[in-house]
Design a protein around this ligand. Structure first.
Ligand code: G5P
Length: 224
């Protein structure tokens, strides 16, 4: 069996991880695992971890490492047959160490987006809570204002996109991410992309992944 492909995408809140992950999953057939979506599913399902996570997210804080690793690692261990892209995990050095203990990564995509751009994007982000679909009132607005394109249900502004929580999230990210970025840089698997527009970053990421994932292998490896 050919080697499976393991990638991580990191970047501050609003940097476009989710948007770019969707494009990668669609173009290269990787399974997309979003730590944020996973946390939100647990909150909706009122699991023990979800109830605990909610208290942190409401304040714009990271969920503690032990809760995240307990949630995410079993999920990854179920995916041993697939190539995947992990979005939003690891966020801290402790999470990176935990991930390292179960797999070797091939590529880490690091999104480096200016602070003002991030603030502006998240101010205008609206989410469909049950599916996790996100809209931006300018970049990708819904067809009918305030309603999800697929279900017609009401869109909401997530608690952690509200201004008070947002500033805390952005401030915190830089400090926490630095050692993780340094770790992957030292392993020579870090690829950083800087711009204010996802559409300008995407072709460069696509080119990178085309050189890393041999054509024809990703679909075969990831078929569910
Ligand atoms: P999440 O869900 O991982 P964040 O905060 O890291 O949350 P977020 O906010 O979902 O990440 P993103 O995925 O990086 O942002 O970006 P996105 O959603 O694709 O794009 C943001 C907005 O900008 C969207 O409206 C999009 O349409 C728009 N957009 C994209 N590109 C462009 C562009 O070029 N131009 C314009 N104008 N707009 C654009 O995690 C949520 C919470 O869960 C916890 C934390 O509390 C976290 O805050 N959590 C963890 N805690 C600890 N450890 C972990 N590993 C955790 N993972 C999650």
């Amino acid at each position: 069996m050919s080697k499976l492909f393991r990638a991580v995408i990191m970047g501050p809140p609003g940097s476009g991880k989710g948007t770019i992950s969707e494009r990668i999953a669609h173009s290269f057939g990787l399974k997309h695992i979003s730590s944020g979506d996973f946390v939100r599913e647990n909150i909706s399902a009122n699991t023990e971890a979800g109830v605990l996570a909610k208290t942190y997210i409401k304040k714009g804080l990271l969920v503690p490492d032990h809760v995240m690793t307990r949630l995410l690692l079993p999920r990854l261990e179920e995916m041993t047959k697939y190539s995947w892209l992990l979005d939003g995990f690891p966020r801290t050095l402790a999470q990176a160490d935990a991930l390292n203990s179960i797999c070797d990564l091939d590529v880490v995509i690091n999104l480096n987006i200016p602070l003002e751009t991030l603030k502006e994007r998240l101010r205008h982000r609206w989410t469909h809570p049950s599916s996790g679909r996100v809209y931006n009132m300018y970049f990708n607005p819904p067809r009918i204002q305030g309603l999800d394109d697929i279900t017609g249900e009401q869109l909401i502004q997530q608690e952690d996109d509200r201004p008070e929580a947002l500033v805390a999230r952005l401030r915190h990210y830089k400090d926490i991410a630095k050692p993780v970025i340094d770790l992957y840089k030292a392993k020579s698997i870090l690829y950083t992309f800087s711009d204010t527009e996802t559409d300008r970053i995407w072709p460069n990421i696509s080119t990178l992944l085309s050189t890393k994932i041999p054509i024809g292998q990703s679909d075969a490896r990831c078929a569910s």
